[in-house]
Design a protein around this ligand. Structure first.
Ligand code: BDR
Ligand code: CA
Length: 313
């Protein structure tokens, strides 16, 4: 079978970085057409710099990296340096990337790529606020039917919120964009906090990555050393949750995950619950399912896959 064509839309972020590395390490299964950056964890100049650092760390500098939207569709940007550090990628020693940004806007790249490939042959992997994807759908509604699937990290139901008591960060930053995507009719698989909080980079799991004894292994372990601080302190958990890599792991080994097709609506107006993903998990409404909501994962299987793939870089 030929490799599945994907675009990664991202705001790196240590967990975004691990997701990108997992994709770059899996060329037999995933054909990464390009990376589009969005403002989120840190402002756009940093996310688009970090994505190139990650490609260089993996020695894969032929993937085009585009800068996309610098602010949410209708709101000022909210960032998460308190989680990811001032650079967004705190932990390892960083460098000025040599790789240039690809010319053009990330949103145009998404539109052109979907128009230039056969309908149903390109998957969008969304690891940050959904601004770029919603902007592409707004500008070129013809591309919506051409999307194979959107696999995204965002939202929560039983876990509720991480940035507010009710909302997960990616959706909270740009709820209007999330609403456009969830109402678009595109096929959506979502990795909410309900599953990502079960995929923890515990000490032994990080040590297994460090024990690869490669430049990339140390780079990844150092990112995860930094990343775990926040969640360990906040939740008392045993390590940082690898939110975004769940998106890529789903494409590689869907059997690691389980979930339900449910209706998900986005709260865009309440001051109290802005950005909440209202998931009809129990089927108590007649609203049509619009997303596969993943609720559980085989975390050991996930880390086995991740470590084995990182060893290839
Ligand atoms: C999401 O927000 C960001 O901080 C992470 O990179 C992830 O995409 C988790 O809520
Ligand atoms: Ca992210």
């Amino acid at each position: 079978m030929s490799a599945r064509k994907i675009i990664i839309d991202t705001d790196p972020g240590q967990d975004d970085a691990v997701a990108i590395l997992l994709a770059l390490a899996s060329p037999d299964e995933l054909d990464l057409l390009g990376i589009t950056c969005v403002a989120g964890n840190v402002p756009l100049p940093l996310t688009s710099k970090n994505a190139r650092i990650v490609c260089e760390a993996a020695g894969k500098t032929d993937v085009p990296v585009y800068a996309g939207s610098k602010a949410p569709l209708a709101r000022p940007l909210i960032t998460a340096e308190h989680v990811h550090g001032q650079t967004g990628l705190d932990g390892p020693k960083l460098w000025e990337p040599q790789m240039p940004l690809a010319g053009g806007h990330g949103v145009d790249f998404i539109i052109d790529t979907l128009r230039n490939h056969a309908p149903g042959s390109v998957t969008l992997c969304a690891l940050g606020p959904l601004t770029n994807i919603a902007a592409a759908f707004n500008t070129a509604p013809d591309i919506i039917d051409r999307v194979q699937e959107i696999v995204m990290m965002g939202g929560a139901y039983f876990e509720v919120g991480n940035i507010t008591p009710a909302a997960e960060f990616n959706i909270y930053v740009d709820p209007e964009a999330a609403e456009i995507v969830f109402r678009s009719g595109a096929t959506i698989t979502m990795m909410p906090l309900d599953v990502t909080h079960k995929v923890l980079a515990t000490k032994p799991r990080v040590e297994a990555i460090r024990a690869l004894d490669s430049r990339l292994g140390y780079f990844t372990a150092e990112m995860l050393d930094f990343f775990e601080r926040f969640d360990v302190e906040k939740y008392g958990s045993e390590g940082g949750p690898l939110h975004d890599p769940c998106v890529i792991a789903w494409l590689l080994q869907p059997a690691l995950f389980s979930g339900r097709h449910v209706n998900v609506e986005i709260e865009t107006s309440s001051a109290l619950t802005l950005g909440m993903t209202v998931a009809d998990w129990w089927g108590v409404t007649d609203r049509k399912p619009n997303a596969l909501f993943i609720g559980d994962a085989d975390a050991d299987g996930f880390f086995k896959l991740l470590t084995e793939r990182l060893a290839r870089l």
